[in-house]
Design a protein around this ligand. Structure first.
Ligand SMILES: [Zn+2]
Length: 144
């Protein structure tokens, strides 16, 4: 089994609804993202996936949707209406779901599958240097 991994960072804000703790307050993180691809076989010229192509496709989506954005639960009318008057604000809405790192890792997993035409083995998102969330999908054996 071959495995490759790319890593990049992006900045975003979020908060958790229905949560009793500091994460209920709007705040931000520099998120470190890792995307893992696996394959039993290699494509010419001996790759699981071209690193540059993979990074370009994923980073384009992240830059256009999540980087320097506020990742908001669609039910969060306080933050949505509070920031709506700002001249420069960018929202990425999670449909009736908190923008937890668990949900964000699943979203990046799904977007990687969509834009790269391969299901990652997993996506890991670091919320801080001490903690991360991961989302695993079905094995992508032979799909590279
Ligand atoms: Zn947070």
């Amino acid at each position: 089994m071959y495995q490759i991994r790319i890593e990049f960072t992006f900045d975003s804000g979020h908060r958790l609804l229905d949560y009793n703790g500091k994460c209920a307050y709007p705040h931000g993180h520099t998120c470190r993202a890792e995307v893992y691809l696996e394959s039993q076989s290699l494509k010419e010229p001996g790759l699981v996936y071209d690193f540059t192509d993979l990074k370009d496709r994923i980073k384009t989506w992240v830059n256009d949707n999540s980087d320097h954005a506020f990742l908001v639960n669609s039910r969060d009318s306080e933050v949505s209406s509070g920031l709506a008057g700002a001249e420069l604000v960018w929202f990425f809405k999670f449909q009736d779901e908190n923008s937890s790192y668990e949900g964000m890792s699943r979203a990046l997993y799904e977007k990687t599958s969509e834009f790269c035409d391969i299901a990652p083995a997993k996506v890991r998102l670091w919320e801080s240097v001490n903690q991360y969330a991961e989302y695993f999908g079905a094995p992508s054996i032979g799909k590279a």
